[in-house]
Design a protein around this ligand. Structure first.
Ligand SMILES: *[C@@H]1O[C@H](CO)[C@@H](O)[C@H](O)[C@H]1NC(C)=O
Length: 339
């Protein structure tokens, strides 16, 4: 076929149009990417060694009684939002209450919960922690409605059950014995102390949940940074709770600070104190936990004397706990009324 007599058939035209569209799309994507790299920068940081990243430094810090330097150092060098590489993935760490609020409020829209599959094996697929989307929403609001107000707790006769459970547990202690306080407390609740001031202060400095992982479902933009779609983020509640800018003398356990309503403190519209998380994954048991702790402590301090039996210490990896379950010696107080 001579060039001169070539006349395009319908097939040629269709093929040409398809090729043109493909080339145009590829080019546009390439240009967009390039623009993305130029304007949207990741928060600064270091991704450490290949593969392991900074995982070993993180684990070493959290296995000690004082894990703060891991985050402190990076916040000092890079700011409250920094990039690292832990557990096989690039992860953006946040010690910024405003970023935390933005991400907690974006659940299911631009981020989703991100937990290792081993957790769902451990907790079961019916756990609220591993549920997602519409199913999570339904179960969460049901639980929240039943558990949030103290009135609801009373109405559901929960207080009665809690009271019975606590007494039964304490009555099972021999009149003088060694008790693993953490184990006993765990049977009925998650942590311990006296009254709301102390409960709040404890949740501030040694909350079991130090922060939460999320994964970006779209690019996230915050204060000039872009966190790309698919990236993991860790919202550290602990780092915010221990930030001296938000709490005076933040590294000291001082229940009296709560007399000045430290919980109301905000920055840029974001609550600084978030021991139970926030957004649509706010811990629905937050009120119940307070009630259980209060009842337990009431009976513990009014019916028993106790003292530390052995020195113990806190560790933060893989979870926040005391190494030896905190052994104490207890003596039942004879014939004393519950005050
Ligand atoms: C304890 O913290 C909660 C927020 O989690 C707050 O609503 C409450 O007022 C605080 N209690 C005291 C005594 O500060």
């Amino acid at each position: 076929m001579a060039l001169g007599v070539w006349s395009p058939s319908l097939i040629d035209v269709v093929l040409f149009v398809i090729a043109a569209v493909v080339v145009w799309k590829l080019e546009r994507r390439r240009r967009r990417r390039r623009r993305g790299w130029a304007t949207g920068r990741l928060p600064p940081g270091s991704e450490g060694l290949p593969v392991v990243g900074e995982t070993l430094q993180l684990i070493a810090a959290y296995k000690s009684e004082n894990p703060e330097p891991f985050i402190d150092e990076r916040v000092r060098r890079h700011g409250r939002l920094f990039t690292t590489h832990v557990f096989g993935e690039r992860t953006v760490f946040s010690a910024d209450p405003e970023f935390n609020r933005m991400v907690l409020g974006a659940e299911d829209r631009t981020v989703e919960g991100s937990y290792p599959s081993s957790l769902s094996t451990l907790l079961g697929t019916h756990s609220l922690v591993v549920m997602k989307g519409a199913r999570h929403k339904r179960m969460h609001s049901l639980t929240l409605a039943r558990l949030t107000s103290p009135a609801a707790i009373r109405e559901a006769k929960l207080l009665l059950h809690i009271d019975r459970l606590v007494r039964r547990t304490l009555d099972s202690w021999p009149s003088s014995s060694l008790v693993l306080l953490l184990d006993e407390a765990k049977k009925i609740t998650f942590e311990l102390t006296v009254k709301q001031l102390v409960i709040n202060e404890t949740l501030r400095v040694v909350n079991i949940i130090g922060g939460v992982f999320r994964r970006a479902k779209t690019d996230l933009h915050f204060k000039g940074y872009t966190i790309p779609k698919g990236c993991k983020v860790f919202l550290s509640f602990r780092a915010v709770h221990l930030d001296t800018e938000y709490f005076d003398d933040a590294r000291t356990f001082n229940p009296w600070r709560w007399q000045k309503n430290a919980a109301a403190q905000q920055v840029g519209g974001a609550t600084v104190y978030t021991p139970f998380g926030g957004g649509s994954r706010l811990c629905p048991g937050y009120e119940l936990a307070r009630v259980v702790i209060s009842v337990f402590l009431h009976y513990l301090v009014t019916r028993f004397n106790w003292e530390e039996a052995e020195k113990d210490r806190l560790v933060f990896f893989p979870t926040t706990r005391t190494l030896k379950s905190y052994p104490i010696n207890v003596w039942r107080r004879e014939e004393e009324e519950d005050a």
